[in-house]
Design a protein around this ligand. Structure first.
Ligand SMILES: Cc1cc2nc3c(=O)[nH]c(=O)nc-3n(C[C@H](O)[C@H](O)[C@H](O)COP(=O)(O)O)c2cc1C
Length: 179
């Protein structure tokens, strides 16, 4: 009997806003994954305490690390704040440096912005952090989405080009998992 291996992917949004465009992008990406893949968006980034070396993992941190460790791959979709990654997201990632939860983990990094720049500064910064964390990625593992507001309607990405780019991220991520 053929046993299908179920793949689980974790989405992390850099925005805590209820109607976040970045979270909408993650939800859309999740809907584009094959049916034998499960997808979950981590909730609780805002509860993670400020990181400082030597602190013991709190319940919120353990929840975050467990979600990462249970996933075969991680997709991060983030806005850009003041040309950088939102502090909440960077703080959460800093907790994983010592424990190596993202080491060897296949990742996809996405930025979205209402501006033409597509959050490129945040994306570049996020990619550096993901390199420092030892994640698995390649040249196709990054996507910036400019002018995002016109590409979303009714809580979903509707722009055909962006949908295609998200499908490419899915395929690339699944390829990294299989490799
Ligand atoms: C404090 C703050 C700083 C921001 N700085 C930038 C920036 O540097 N570059 C950019 O493209 N957008 C910037 N923006 C706009 C965000 O990209 C925009 O609010 C975006 O929709 C937030 O993502 P979300 O919809 O997922 O919450 C900033 C927004 C805020 C609130």
């Amino acid at each position: 009997m053929l046993v299908m291996k179920r793949i689980h992917i974790l989405g992390i949004s850099g925005s805590l806003r209820a109607d976040s465009t970045n979270t909408i992008i993650l939800k859309t990406l999740g809907s584009l994954l094959p049916s034998d893949t499960t997808f979950e968006i981590f909730e609780g980034l805002g509860e993670i305490e400020h990181f400082s070396p030597g602190l013991v993992d709190t319940e919120a941190v353990i929840r975050f690390k467990t979600a990462i460790n249970q996933a075969n791959a991680v997709v991060i979709c983030t806005p850009e704040y003041a040309f950088g990654v939102p502090g909440t997201l960077k703080n959460a990632l800093d907790w994983t440096v010592g424990s190596g939860d993202l080491n060897d983990k296949p990742v996809s990094a996405i930025s979205a912005s209402p501006l033409n720049s597509g959050g490129n500064n945040a994306l570049a910064s996020l990619l550096l952090t993901l390199t420092a964390l030892g994640t698995q990625k390649n040249e196709a593992s990054a996507l910036s989405i400019p002018n995002v507001k016109g590409k979303i309607a009714d809580g979903r990405v509707t722009d055909a080009h962006t949908l295609n780019e998200l499908s490419v991220q899915c395929a690339n991520l699944l390829g990294l998992i299989e490799a």
